[in-house]
Design a protein around this ligand. Sequence first.
Ligand SMILES: *Cc1c(COP(=O)(O)O)cnc(C)c1O
Length: 370
Amino acid sequence: MSSPHMGGTEAGYVKEAFDTNWIAPLGPNVNGFEQDIELFLDNGCHAAALSSGTAALHLGLVLLGVKPGDEVICQSMTFSATANPITYVGATPIFVDSESDTWNISPALMAEAIEDRIAKGKKPKAIIPVHLYGMPAKMDEIVAVARRYEIPVLEDAAEALGSSINGQRCGGLGDIGVLSFNGNKIITTSGGGALVSRDAGIVKDARFLATQARDEAPHYQHSQIGYNYRMSNICAGIGRGQMEVLAERIGQRRNIYNQYLNYFEGKKGISLLAEPAGYFSNRWLTTILVDPAEAGITREDLRLALDADQVESRPLWKPMHMQPVFAGFPFYGDGTAERLFQNGLCLPSGSNLTDDDMNRIFAVMDKTLK
Ligand SMILES: *Cc1c(COP(=O)(O)O)cnc(C)c1O
């Protein structure tokens, strides 16, 4: 569905790390990769390269001062890595439903949830919106609500490197942003992530906490609990090569989306997610909704037909409030995420898909979609 796609210079950066023996969770590739991210985001953000996006979310919550017993508002429709770190700090996730324009957290339901939590005695300590599949969440409205209640926003941009709203790149739209370079993302370091923020102090603190919170002293001295969350100089070498092709990869993913858009035109009951005005999606994954009444088939019919011909596709993220592990946590919703999960499908979207691959996918779907 989304496999790694090297540009060609990655191995050179990794070889340089070997040649100079920078085989450690620090070094010139780590510094260079952070600079590349900062230049690309072009929004005044500083970046700390970390071992994963999950680690970046965890550190983000720590840096926002979220403590045991606190509550954190979290988009329900997402990958579990968004919500898990809330429990790492001993806090309680408060799940909020999506809206149908972007499939991301509903600003209206979010405001309702905040009001209700305050009425019940606790103001949430942070808000985590997600830009699912590369489509930016309604950040203007989300940030406006967050500011009204003075709650910081931790922006999960793991799937949205290169996406933007009115030219402002995702990752820099909240107080702290999180990127992921896992193997399935738009570019990869094999595994890795970054914490970004316009606040240089926050990023400096993230680097400190990510290297075991070591105080300045000749011996090992610690006055805070630290983590081993820094990115390795080997992985960062892959990242430097990948940054050279990021713009190209975004173009390729968007081209795949457009090919699906053309293919589904005139086919009843299949809809794709359009960009609201001013929104730009990196189209990390192309996703469709299948309306069984209109299409005459269900999402599962289509998925099984693709699977029978060895084409990988997958239902949309199963919302967190429907997950056994998060059963019983508060949820504020109107059924949108459940409907999306019921009818939604992620299609093969890797930037290395060839015309032949696409034609094969279309031929398999032709057999099912009359
Ligand atoms: C991939 C992903 C993460 C986690 O990133 P890792 O680098 O895999 O830890 C977090 N949130 C979302 C929405 C993701 O898709």
